[in-house]
Design a protein around this ligand. Structure first.
Ligand code: SIN
Ligand code: FE
Length: 307
């Protein structure tokens, strides 16, 4: 696995690639490569950048990691009681434009996918990543594969597109060996895929924590989602994996973009500040090499269907 560099010459005149070229890029992503754009293909207006970069200096609550839900056109992670209403509206419009610009670009660039993806959240990440004080399972400086505690994907793949918008600094990642290798090497029996587990424990305890007890309908996860969540936790909690698994450092410069299947490529962010990100859930039907997907790898291990 590696880094595939894509320069503007790969898209002469900004035109979308041929279907054949787009399929080859999808195949590289599915094989665990990172597609890297030294110069981001996403136009972000200068005054939007200035607004985003100004957020850490203010004492409004806009400085937390903020999610934008494109399908509802809503921000979350903003405390509307303390944040300045005009700033919230501005941020919402910047995130809406960013999300739409990434969708427009990838609709052409990854044409085999776009009829079959679900647009998930976008995020603004204004905090310094080095030395962030987070509970272990929420730490992003430990190598992990992504899984969403409250949004099971039923085999859809988690594809993330990033922009480093820091004016000067790199965003420093390490990535690990691909899923199929790591899962065989490090996955012990207790987290092996189990076809019979389906209900989300996290959802139940979330229900209890917010005082809804059994009244909250529990989030139904497939056995696949259940495994992916346990695997995420297991990797972060496993000192042997963290210490001994191969790590490949990549530093993404200011002004660059990259995208990667974060459900299969173990990754961690060690340092950097100010990033934008858009997540896509790519349906298993759209994959160009479905047999290499985590779902098929796990079904091979379990010997049964997992969704
Ligand atoms: C992550 O998905 O683990 C975080 C990546 C980043 O914020 O650069
Ligand atoms: Fe992650």
């Amino acid at each position: 696995m590696g880094l595939v560099t894509i320069t503007p010459e790969a898209m002469p005149g900004g035109r979308p690639p041929s279907d054949e070229r787009a399929r080859a890029w999808c195949a590289q992503l599915e094989a665990g490569d990172i597609l890297y754009f030294p110069q981001t293909p996403i136009a972000i207006p200068q005054n939007d950048l200035a607004f985003l970069l100004g957020q850490q200096q203010t004492d409004s609550s806009l400085h937390k990691n903020i999610a934008y839900k494109p399908n509802a056109d809503k921000l979350s992670g903003v405390d509307t009681k303390t944040a300045d209403a005009a700033a919230v509206t501005r941020l919402q419009s910047i995130m809406r434009n960013y999300s739409q610009a990434v969708v427009r670009f990838l609709t052409g660039f990854l044409s085999p996918y776009h009829a079959d993806w679900r647009l998930d959240y976008a995020s603004f990440r204004p905090q310094e990543e080095q030395g962030r004080d987070l509970p272990l399972r929420r730490r992003n400086d430990l190598l992990h594969t992504d899984a969403f505690p409250t949004r099971p994907t039923y085999g859809a793949r988690i594809l993330r597109f990033f922009n480093n918008i820091h004016p000067a600094r790199t965003r420093d990642w390490v990535v690990g060996d691909p899923f199929s290798k790591v899962v065989h090497e490090f996955s012990p029996a207790q987290i092996a895929p189990r076809p019979d587990s389906s209900t989300s424990r996290a959802a139940k305890s979330l229900g209890r924590a917010v005082g809804l007890g059994a009244a909250i309908p529990s989030i139904k996860r497939s056995p696949y989602d259940d495994f992916m969540m346990r695997f995420h936790n297991f990797l972060k909690e496993n000192p042997k994996f963290q210490a001994e698994s191969p790590k490949y450092p990549w530093q993404f410069p200011s002004g660059s973009s990259w995208m990667v299947y974060t459900d299969a490529v173990p990754h961690a962010v060690l340092a950097g500040q100010y990033a934008l990100e858009q997540t896509f859930l790519v349906s298993p039907d759209a994959l160009v090499a479905p047999e290499t997907s985590p779902l098929k790898v796990l079904e091979g291990i379990a010997g049964t269907r997992l969704i």
